[in-house]
Design a protein around this ligand. Structure first.
Ligand code: FES
Length: 60
């Protein structure tokens, strides 16, 4: 995946924004990413992708 791939089409949130938010704020859940970036707060279809990014960044 390239770092500036769009993850959430509804809210136009890029992967790089999500990764930054997770790292800078220590986010742990899809809900927290939604609050921080709006990603996943539209149709919800990208929430699995957000979870994958959380797992990658948090090393699970
Ligand atoms: S694509 Fe992210 S909420 Fe719809």
């Amino acid at each position: 995946m390239s770092t500036d791939e769009i993850i959430c089409n509804c809210m136009e949130v890029y992967k790089s924004e999500i990764v930054e938010a997770i790292k800078s704020k220590g986010l742990k859940t899809v809900e927290e990413v939604g609050e921080a970036t709006d990603a996943g707060t539209g149709c919800g279809g990208c929430q699995d992708d957000i979870q994958e990014i959380l797992d990658q960044v948090n090393g699970k």
